[in-house]
Design a protein around this ligand. Structure first.
Ligand code: AMP
Ligand code: GLY
Length: 412
């Protein structure tokens, strides 16, 4: 199978790595990819948000499957264009990707499908914002209706800050605060059937102890030893299958991965948000544990015919991902500093490094080129061992001004 992966982050490096080790994959391409994917795939310069360019490349490379990483590409209609060209595509059409692209649409689908989520109001004027803030009280949750790369949500006790964020966004969803641990669950779907992956947990705040600004995610681990056994079947029955059914009923079947961001509240499981693609940094740890070959799985989603009762196989043990972020991430990350120590990190048993925001400078040196620069993955018999491997490898890496959380996967 000839496969093209679209995107350039740690998620795409993890996908490429899992596809590279699948014997069914005979040719592996990334667009644009990054210096990490260059070691295992052919990189092609291209913007995944340009559907015409993607189709042209996919045809020229004669690929059997296109895997769309970033949500911006899905929302731009790359999935539609690839499918229209007769090429199998893992990643939904633009219409189904609205489950991520519009918070108001996601709420509408959940209401229609009877999926448990926080009570909310869509607000377009300051009067509506004031009434919704009064209705729900503090802590206030204000979400930009559109895509905002994980930065459109403000959760605050400060009413003025909440109202200010709403004013800056235009159309917002104001929501009941959901209290409880968060879980990310990825379900693979062919539009009709759905199969769950392992649940994982992400750390969204920039600093230890959940302090600091929201980020795209500073680390993750899987599995969740504290989660109830019935969590995954319950979420499949009450969240994932109803949403897949509702989207199919509307003639916009969801083909790809439905990412359910969940809060386990005192009142039960509630959906915080949906994404239409793999979560980053969670998919890195989930793929680390996946024993089922990935290519056939993604192709079965793209072509239809994913058995509903398929059970994925998982390596025993645990995986931890620690994100190394550039100086001043998430505000205005500093780019261009040289990264050292990757060879030393690669020597650490049970650890490896994925590239997330890196580039080669004009002297061929590896430099930081994004906010989240590297994903350092550790694995082991349990979370403690996986965590130790990841942090030992983090300790080998040099990047001036960089920061990482030291409490990833530190369980109480
Ligand atoms: P989102 O972009 O919707 O994933 O939101 C980013 C983060 O904001 C989530 O992972 C939560 O930590 C937090 N958040 C979003 N909605 C709520 C809510 N209703 N109650 C509490 N926290 C929330
Ligand atoms: N891990 C958060 C996200 O991918 O949106």
């Amino acid at each position: 199978m000839r496969v093209l992966v679209l995107g350039s982050g740690g998620r795409e490096h993890a996908l490429a790595r899992a596809l590279h080790r699948d014997p069914a994959v005979t040719a592996l391409h990334c667009a644009p990819g990054n210096p990490g994917t260059a070691g295992i795939a052919a990189n092609h310069a291209l913007a995944p948000t340009d559907p015409t360019a993607v189709v042209e490349l996919a045809e020229r490379l004669a690929v059997d499957l296109v895997v769309v990483g970033p949500e911006a590409a899905l929302v731009a209609g790359t999935g539609d264009a690839v499918r229209a060209a007769g090429i199998a595509c893992f990643g939904p059409d633009r219409a189904a990707a609205r489950i991520e692209g519009s918070k108001a649409f996601a709420k509408e689908i959940m209401a229609a499908a009877g999926v448990p989520t926080g009570d909310s109001r869509v607000c377009e004027s300051s009067g509506e914002v004031d009434r919704a803030l009064d209705l729900f009280g503090a802590p206030y949750v204000v979400k930009d209706d559109g895509l905002a790369a994980g930065k459109g949500v403000v959760v605050t006790d400060d009413r003025e800050a909440a109202a200010r964020h709403a004013g800056e966004c235009g159309r917002v969803v104001i929501e009941e605060y959901l209290d409880g641990p968060e879980v990310s669950l990825f379900a693979l779907s062919d539009g009709r059937h759905a199969v769950p992956m392992l649940p994982s947990q992400d750390y969204k705040r920039a600093y230890d102890g959940g302090e600091g600004p929201n980020t795209g995610g500073m680390g993750a681990y899987t599995p969740l030893p504290w989660a109830p056994d019935e969590l995954v079947p319950e979420v499949m029955a009450t969240v994932v299958r109803p949403v897949i059914d509702e989207l199919r009923r509307r003639s916009t079947p969801f083909v790809g991965v439905l990412y359910a961001g969940l809060a386990l509240t005192a009142k039960g499981v509630r959906v915080i948000e949906f994404n239409a693609r793999f979560g980053d940094p969670e998919i890195q740890v989930v793929l680390d544990r996946l024993a089922t070959p990935l290519a056939g799985l993604l192709q079965a989603c793209a072509l239809g015919g994913l058995p509903d009762d398929l059970r994925l196989s998982w390596s025993p043990g645990a995986a931890v991902n620690v994100v190394v972020a550039a100086e001043n991430y998430p505000a205005a990350p500093v780019k261009g500093d040289v990264i050292t120590g990757l060879d030393e990190a690669a020597q650490v048993p049970d650890a490896y490094v994925l590239h997330a925001g890196t580039a080669l400078d004009d002297q061929g040196r590896l430099v930081a080129a994004g906010g989240r620069v590297l994903n350092v993955i550790g694995s082991g018999a349990d979370i403690t061992a996986a965590r130790a491997a990841a942090y030992e490898a983090v300790g080998k890496i040099g990047l001036r001004g960089s920061h990482h959380r030291s409490d990833i996967a530190l369980l109480p």
